[in-house]
Ligand binder design. Sequence first.
Ligand SMILES: NC(=O)c1ccc[n+]([C@@H]2O[C@H](COP(=O)([O-])OP(=O)(O)OC[C@H]3O[C@@H](n4cnc5c(N)ncnc54)[C@H](OP(=O)(O)O)[C@@H]3O)[C@@H](O)[C@H]2O)c1
Length: 339
Amino acid sequence: MADATTRQWRLASRPTGEPTAENFDLVTVERPDPGHDEVLVRTLYLSVDPYMRGRMSAAESYADPWAVGDPMAAGVVGEVIESNHDGFEAGDVVTGNLLWAEHAVADGDELRQVDPELAPISTALGVLGMTGVTAYFGMTDVVEPVPGDTVVVSGAAGAVGSVTGQVASLAGARVVGVAGSERKCDWLTDDLGFDAAVNYREADDLGAALADACPDGVDGYFDNVGGPVTDAVFSLLNVRASVAVCGQISQYNATEQPTGPRKLGQVLQKRATVEGFLVGDYEDRWGEALTRLGAFIEAGDLSYRESVVDGFENAPEAFLGLFDGENIGKQLVAVADRE
Ligand SMILES: NC(=O)c1ccc[n+]([C@@H]2O[C@H](COP(=O)([O-])OP(=O)(O)OC[C@H]3O[C@@H](n4cnc5c(N)ncnc54)[C@H](OP(=O)(O)O)[C@@H]3O)[C@@H](O)[C@H]2O)c1
């Protein structure tokens, strides 16, 4: 591979508030060679995810901050170019957490084979990948709906929310989605089988709109967004309601910590359970979720959608779009075709 080059996106500076294109730097570097037990991967699809906003900040969180000047990391589906690992050979399609790069070297033990015959390979970053597994376990292990429950999902037309709402429907719940456009709400009710959807950006009175959509109150809430949407849902919690706190995207660009309390009185009065959820805690059960999600898709019970931005150079734009609600379903970047 002598003299071969590749491109990487690096963190140019830490954002204050909403990130901008200036926070990213596109650099050309020498293409790395795989060492012992390593694999050289050519990126086909790159995932952009809201949690990456946290890694752009210096604050410690469950994912370590990136250093300024360092390449950023992402979920990748790619093609093996060269392998020094027994489990992989050139041409294999794999997925793993690699760099925001056109080519990257990975420890083979950190990669997973993707079967292109099973489903489109991009799904390994979405419905049959991290966001699908998040949706599945967050709903089945934390919210745990039973038939007849009313379950609300915020961020409902996104990668996690669109799947988790359908998982709740399959468990027999009445499902209400909260999303940021009429187009998204129509997709939820017309195509995904949500029982109702509320456009939080357009509602004159969000609390009243949600109360209309949830005449029997809320037994389960899967929270992807936090902020005013969550305040409105908390006002409707029923006794012994279960809340899974999966994401708080409305707060990721905040320059000051929000002050509380935020409807904790409701948690007390309704003896509700509010539990934080992290997909990383389910590493050992990943296969279980993928088997169930795959079976749901095969049976025609689970639909998914992907929003794809073309071109490696457009990866920051795809990431920034998450904060403006540009995506429906899973946001991906198409980087290259398979050879
Ligand atoms: N805990 C875990 O293990 C885990 C794993 C994966 C993801 N997550 C979290 O789950 C959430 C969803 O992730 P995802 O990958 O599925 O992203 P996503 O929902 O596909 O994309 C983000 C969506 O958030 C919505 N949004 C942006 N700003 C908002 C605001 N101020 N208020 C309300 N909604 C806003 C936008 O949709 P609208 O048009 O509806 O505004 C946007 O499309 C994120 O908070 C993420 O951090 C957590």
